[in-house]
Design a binder for this molecule. Sequence first.
Ligand code: VGL
Ligand code: ZN
Length: 196
Amino acid sequence: MPIGEHDGLIIVDVQNDFCPGGALGVPTGEEVAATLSRVAAHFAAHGALVFATQDWHPAGHASFKAQRGPWPEHCVQGTPGAEFHPALTLPVDAQVVRKGADPARDAYSGFVDSDLEKRLRTAGVTRVFIGGLATDYCVLNTVVDAVDNGFETYVLLDAVGAVDVEPGDGQRALHLMAGSGAGLVEASAILAEGQD
Ligand code: VGL
Ligand code: ZN
């Protein structure tokens, strides 16, 4: 699948807290980071922009267990857990989009309480490819919102990883994304383009 200047890559929440050793570690987090680094370089080399979202909660966020939310404390602004995983290498002109900063409500989707949609439109992006963490929460919600906002949307099957609170959550999320109108593609197929 050839990548061009109207394409955008959205890398969702590839942060230490969603990788092994983190508060909500996805077992394959580091592989996802490495794969997305290669995909990001490929996009940059083909004139396509890269956006990276960052879950960015204030201390005492409503989604934390201490506040009767569903999650352990994670991705607190300015802490190591909120930093991008060291295996994620972004192009110099990548745009970072922070979300989840409202203390009172959660924002799984990169499009909620952020200017991601405006940034994509400003850049002339019409087609988006989405990978990252976690398949069953922030990837799912970002993908569904991208479709709802009218972007031609693809999920990078081999560049996502699930929290799987219940076994099968990640697989169910992929079915929901496909059902919402997103396409499913392998990052490896994009990277193979133009290499023979
Ligand atoms: C996420 C749970 C809580 C995610 C963020 O990035 O998928 N999951 N906050
Ligand atoms: Zn969060």
